[in-house]
Write a protein that binds this ligand. Structure first.
Ligand SMILES: [Mg+2]
Length: 268
């Protein structure tokens, strides 16, 4: 993998030295859950001879390895910068960058008071059924489900309908905001049965901290032109914050085919 990376010019010797191009993964580089096409890998490789390239995805490296890499090719060899979990972890030229975690940021005491509140609230909640795993602890966030993540598909569907009528999740989020006004947390209702809780600002713009830190390296580059390509570039979509950020030039894409076309138009 290191040998594959070595064929590219060093970051500070690329023709468009101060430019970096960042890509969302799902629906931008690949169809969700499907592997990337050879054509896409080819054009990314050609682009990498001109400027720095990277991806930023919400899921973890394992998922991105499945979609972008193969059993022989490590995903971290295909991009100069890899930003799983929106950049809470990161890789630069195949090497790991310092990572961040939800618990490290919030601290055990605050986390404990949050979980105590959540479990009390759910215990007192009168909904038709409850299952298990009400709070799922992840590296960059917690996921909270009033019915519990162990619910079956049929139970999930029933909860979704019940929630639409009774507003269980919106009410719980409003109560949380009231209970912890100074914790600096963002609550995001998504999917059928749960909502995510994460520090405000830990969306895809988080990876820009790593990009900005590049200029402080001895051989570092100041990236003055940061392109971003993403499909969910609308308010409420998970590409919106980085797409609309002042530091980036945002490109909205329909699907991987459209991404390919736009790269071609812009850089070749
Ligand atoms: Mg996407």
């Amino acid at each position: 993998m290191a040998a594959a990376a070595a064929i590219y010019p060093p970051l500070n010797q690329r023709p468009l030295k101060n430019t970096i191009v960042l890509f969302d993964v799902d629906d931008t580089l690949t169809i969700p859950r499907l592997p990337v096409t050879p054509e896409m890998l080819q054009i990314l490789s050609e682009l990498r001879h001109k400027c720095a390239i990277g991806y930023v995805g919400g899921s973890d490296l394992v998922k991105q390895q499945e979609q972008l890499g193969t059993s022989e090719v490590n995903v971290t060899s295909l991009f100069d910068f890899c930003f799983p979990e929106n950049g809470l972890s990161g890789f630069r030229l195949g090497e790991k960058l310092p990572s961040t975690s939800f618990i490290g940021w919030l601290g055990e005491e605050k986390y404990k008071s949050l979980v105590k509140w959540l479990l009390h609230y759910i215990a007192d909640l009168d909904i038709p059924i409850k299952r298990g795993t009400f709070v799922e602890f992840r590296n960059g966030m917690i996921n909270v489900s009033p019915i519990g993540r162990n619910a079956s598909t049929a139970e999930r569907n029933a909860f979704t309908a019940y929630d639409a009528e009774h507003g269980i999740r919106p009410k719980m989020v409003a109560a949380l905001q009231k209970a912890f006004p100074d914790f600096g947390l963002t609550y995001s209702i998504g999917g059928q049965i749960s909502f995510d809780v994460f520090p405000t600002g830990w969306d895809k713009t988080y990876c820009l901290n790593h990009v900005e830190a590049e200029k402080n390296r001895p051989d570092g580059v100041e990236y003055t032109t940061i392109h971003f390509f993403g499909d969910k570039a609308y308010e409420g979509g998970n590409d919106w914050e980085i797409y609309s950020d002042d530091r980036t030039i945002g490109h909205k894409v329909k699907n991987p085919e459209d991404t390919y076309k736009q790269i071609k138009e812009l850089f070749f």
